[in-house]
Design a protein around this ligand. Structure first.
Ligand code: AOS
Ligand code: ZN
Ligand code: ZN
Ligand code: ZN
Length: 388
């Protein structure tokens, strides 16, 4: 077993980014349940994200979604975030919510629509310049519903052209992360359906383009830790949208549906020394809290990631390597399971005490009066968009 000081040092450095849209009202295609106290603008979302960071000491940035978080002055929003003790993280463009994008955005058959979409992506790089953000998170809803509806090949060409134009606009410290999704909103073909397609485009673009793995975007049964390992090996894992799923893009709290899968992913990340903030792997949440209160749900999500990573850090790497080398199947598996079965909550409580935060951040949230405060102060909260 590793010594606890090393485990705590690794956890102390790890950063988890929360998404602005998870603080807003959300729901399914059937119904959005409005909650009391949800933010009315980007500033209030940043304030909620800062509260998550104050209580966890592990979530020092918040991702923005444009236009849901449109403000007049992005530098001012970044200053507000800094005053609150956090910073603006990834910028997420939206090229899926306008009628023009019915047949696609950057892959649309009409060059005029493609121009509009690329211009929005370029505008988002301008916003990154103003906020100091280094990550552009790209997800395209583009795809088709019927065989023959459009040329798959031509759409790939259009995608490549658009990505190239945006890539060339990135500053020296900026990266683009290309997210993929198997299906939805389209049900015959998506233009970036899987990590292979994303990877191939990123390789063609260059070092500043990497793959974004949203844990909810695969076919059931996909071995996510396998593809994570391959991407790490080629230096093409840009980051995660963590969430958990039972069926498809459920966007439930990370670690809720399958904590063992999260642990297996964390094990590969720890093995590759990719937990460090300077590893280039971004740890972001992409979730919707439709039933549960949002701020404590995000706190819980941060804790769930920390628990999985703590267990992965406890894996006895020497014992594992020895068992693997000896072909000791049960022994090697046992080393992993010993770590997974460890109750890491006391260790994390100890870490939090050392960091000067409450060992139980959810209890601290309920005791803080913050929920009552926002419910009183905020009326007419903003909808996130829809399920993210
Ligand atoms: C959509 O399914 C993707 O998960 C996106 O990453 C994300 O939810 C969206 O860009 C947020 O609006
Ligand atoms: Zn996502
Ligand atoms: Zn998604
Ligand atoms: Zn999702």
């Amino acid at each position: 077993m590793k010594d606890h000081a090393a485990v705590k040092a690794a956890l102390r450095a790890m950063r988890i980014e929360t998404p602005s849209w998870a603080y807003g009202n959300s729901g399914t295609r059937f119904k959005v349940y409005a909650q009391a106290g949800v933010p009315r603008d980007a500033y209030e979302k940043v304030a909620d994200a800062a509260m998550v960071h104050r209580l966890t000491a592990a979530a020092p940035s918040v991702a923005l979604h444009i236009p849901w978080d449109r403000v007049d002055d992005y530098a001012d929003l970044a200053r507000f975030a800094a005053d609150q003790g956090i910073r603006i993280g990834a910028i997420n463009p939206n090229v899926f919510q306008e009628n023009d994008y019915k047949l696609g955005s950057v892959c649309h058959p009409d060059p005029g629509v493609r121009r509009k979409a690329v211009d929005h992506l370029l505008e988002c790089v301008d916003i990154m310049d103003a906020t100091g953000s280094q990550v552009l998170s790209l997800w395209f809803a583009d795809g088709t519903n019927y065989a023959g509806q459009d040329s798959i090949a031509a759409r790939q060409d259009r995608l490549a052209d658009a990505l190239r134009e945006v890539y060339d606009r990135l500053g020296p410290d900026q990266r683009m992360l290309v997210e993929y999704k198997l299906f939805e909103p389209h049900f015959y073909s998506m233009d970036v359906p899987d990590w292979g397609t994303s990877y191939a485009h990123c390789v063609a673009l260059g070092d500043k383009a990497q793959v974004l793995v949203d844990t909810g975007h695969h076919a059931p049964g996909t071995n996510i830790e396998f593809l994570v390992t391959v991407l790490l090996r080629f230096g093409k894992l840009g980051g995660f949208h963590f969430n958990s799923r039972n069926y498809a893009d459920d966007d439930l709290m990370v670690g809720a549906a399958d904590p063992f899968q999260l642990f297996r992913i964390a094990h590969e990340l720890v093995r590759a020394d990719a937990i460090r903030p300077d590893s280039g792997v971004e740890y972001m949440l992409d979730q919707c809290h439709n039933l549960e209160a949002k701020v404590p749900a995000l706190i819980r999500s941060v804790l769930n990631v920390q628990e999985a990573v703590a267990k992965a850090l406890l894996v006895d790497a020497d014992a594992l390597a020895t068992a693997q080398q000896a072909g000791d199947v049960l022994g090697a598996h046992g080393v992993l399971m010993d770590a997974f079965s460890t109750d890491v909550r006391p260790l994390l409580a100890e870490l939090r005490t050392e960091l000067g935060v409450d060992p139980d951040p959810i209890a601290a949230y309920h005791a803080s009066g913050y929920q009552q405060q926002i419910e009183t102060a905020r009326t007419g909260g903003q909808q996130a968009g829809w399920g993210a």
